[in-house]
Every structure is written in C-alpha cells, then in structure tokens.
Design a protein around this ligand. Structure first.
Ligand SMILES: *Cc1c(COP(=O)(O)O)cnc(C)c1O
Length: 231
C-alpha cells in the first residue's frame, strides 16, 4: 500500500466511526505520530495530517534541522512524550504545544521558560486513565491539583486533555477509559470556564473507539506509516 492509500483508509475509518457516533467527521483531527520515521516519510504525511507529533525532544531537534525551509503547508509540531524539566527550554524552542503535561513542577518550569521567551504555550494535561504503572500521565488523584496550578500560570494556555488507552484488548475496558477522560474534561470545563476543545485520545489500535467516546484528536503512527522499526 502507498502512503496515500493508508492515509485514505484511516480517514475513511475515522469518518465512519464519527458518523456511527452521530458526530461530524470534520470535528476529529488526524495528527501524524512520526517517532522513528525519516524526514522524507514525514513530508509525505504533511498533506494528510493536522500536526506533526513527536515523542522525544532530541529526535525532533534532529528532524527540524533537516526539515526543508518553506515546506508547505507548514504544520504545528506537538510534543506527546514524557518531558523532563531540564529539557523544557529546548521543548519550547522546537514545539508549538506540549500535550504531555503531567506534573506541577513541569507546569511551573514550562510557564517560567515561556515567560522568559515572551510567549504563551498551549498545553494538554495528560492523564493516566488506565491507571497502569507503565503509562505516562498524571494519576487521577493528582489531576485536580495540577489543573488548579495550570489555571493560574500566566504563560500556559490549557486547551484540553490527553490520554493513552489501556493495554486491554476488550472494547468495553478501552472505551471506559476514554469515556472517563471525556467526563473529566467536562468537570474541568465547569471548574475553569474554559472551552477546553481538545480531547486527544485514540491511536492506531483504538482510534475508532476513541472517536465514539468523543475524541477530537487521534494520534496515528503505524496505521499511516506501517510498523515501527526501532532498529
Ligand atoms: C507512538 C504513540 C502513538 C501512535 O501509536 P500507533 O499505535 O503507532 O498509532 C500515539 N500516542 C502516543 C503517546 C505514542 O507514544
């Protein structure tokens, strides 16, 4: 299959899932998860994706250096991997948004550096809905405190929430986690008065369930590019 064929198949499955849920397909953004992919592979995704999504600061830095100037259309770059505080400055230089905000110290660090750079940083809070130790994201118990802190930090602009679906294979278990994030976003909206339009949930193996539970951003890697080779 060519890239165009894979992208077309993903888009069609996204649209079908949206329609099944009584939603408008255009309300769900496809973002391309490009960890381990080469710059030429990534450029093929540009016409099909709403954003370039990378997991690691260092990997993104190398790719941005060889990214052709004026590649059209230019896409925002979003960070979805766990970010260490000491890489906050570099992350702000490379990324338009941080989708994996998962602690108060990281929020404070990003806010301070964004202030020094005289910019505002859009963020998503990543929540470990699966309650799996192997998963990144803030534990549910810590969510309220992190939310309160983010709301008072002047250089962070909260746009929504993100989660990674649980490893279980059964539909009900996965959907329960996604529904939980949707409900949490509702509470955060009521608390903050902010629209919080982004619910980033769903990957290659579970994006249709995520769309049925209200996802507005699906993060797709292997279904677009083929299996990952970590070499
Ligand atoms: C790698 C990754 C994805 C994409 O995974 P695929 O299964 O290849 O679609 C999405 N979200 C996060 C956080 C990831 O690390």
């Amino acid at each position: 299959m060519t890239f165009e064929e894979r992208a077309g198949a993903v888009r069609e499955r996204m649209a079908n899932a949206a329609v099944r849920a009584g939603r408008n397909p255009s309300d769900v953004l496809l973002v391309a998860v490009t960890k381990t992919r080469t710059v030429p592979e990534m450029l093929a995704a540009v016409p099909f994706a709403g954003a370039i999504v990378e997991n690691r600061v260092q990997e993104a830095e190398g790719k941005k250096k060889s990214w052709p100037a004026g590649a059209v259309p230019s896409l925002p770059w979003r960070l979805i991997g766990h970010l260490q505080g000491n890489k906050a400055r570099k992350a702000l230089e490379l990324f338009d948004t941080v989708d994996s905000l998962d602690s108060i110290p990281l929020a404070e660090r990003l806010d301070r550096v964004a202030g020094e750079m005289d910019r505002s940083l859009p963020v998503l809070i990543e929540v470990n809905m699966a309650q799996e130790a192997s998963k990144t994201g803030i534990a549910l118990e810590g969510f309220d405190a992190l939310l309160e802190r983010v709301l008072i930090l002047p250089h962070l602009c909260l746009e929504g929430l993100m989660t990674i679906g649980p490893l279980v294979e059964n539909e009900a278990g996965v959907r329960r986690a996604f529904a939980g994030l949707r409900e949490l976003a509702g509470k955060a909206r009521a608390r903050s008065g902010l629209p919080l339009p982004i619910l980033s949930m769903g990957m290659s193996g579970d994006f249709e369930w995520a769309i049925q539970e209200g996802s507005t951003m699906v993060r797709i890697g292997s279904a677009l590019f083929g299996p990952r080779n970590y070499g």
